[in-house]
Ligand binder design. Structure first.
Ligand SMILES: [Zn+2]
Ligand SMILES: [Zn+2]
Length: 157
């Protein structure tokens, strides 16, 4: 039986204990210089070494991405319906910094509102989401879009 000595642990063992790798440009399979056990160990070491960094970058990604935070907030309030991140972004672009209810400039601090409140069966589907100012969002509370518009403008639309 063919044997090979591992370049890392120095043990001599059957050739099957070494991973076979295929290099396309060489058109031929080769056995790695280190055994499968040493390969496993290396990947475990690597995993531990980069685990912290991976966790940190994931955390940074979420904490630094206002869109994800907003989407997360919507999802936390309501599990029915589904909106994509890019749909939210498109809605804000379409709003052009104007609150959909009062028409005032939002100065960049917009919020998403459920036209039909979650408490009344509203969902996270894009058709039920509105881009509005913080003030309207809190004043509207659990009212429907229809009720709030009448209260605000004396007319539903
Ligand atoms: Zn080895
Ligand atoms: Zn408003």
């Amino acid at each position: 039986m063919e044997r090979k000595t591992c370049c890392r642990c120095g043990h001599s063992m059957p050739i099957e204990c070494f991973h076979e790798v295929y290099y396309k440009n060489r058109g031929k399979a080769y056995r790695l210089g280190h055994c499968k056990e040493c390969a496993n160990q290396a990947s475990r070491d690597n995993y531990a070494k980069y685990r912290e960094r991976r966790l940190q970058s994931k955390k940074d990604h979420y904490s630094n991405n206002p869109w994800r935070i907003r989407l997360g907030a919507l999802l936390a309030r309501c599990s029915e319906g589904y909106v994509e991140l890019n749909e939210l972004q498109a809605m804000v672009e379409a709003a052009g910094d104007r609150c959909c209810y009062c028409g005032q400039s939002m100065n960049g601090s917009f919020t998403f509102d459920h036209a039909l409140p979650v408490s009344l069966g509203g969902t996270n589907d894009p058709e039920n989401l509105r881009v509005c100012c913080l003030s309207c969002n809190s004043k509207k509370g659990n009212k429907t879009e229809y009720t709030y518009r009448i209260e605000l403008n004396g007319a539903p639309f």
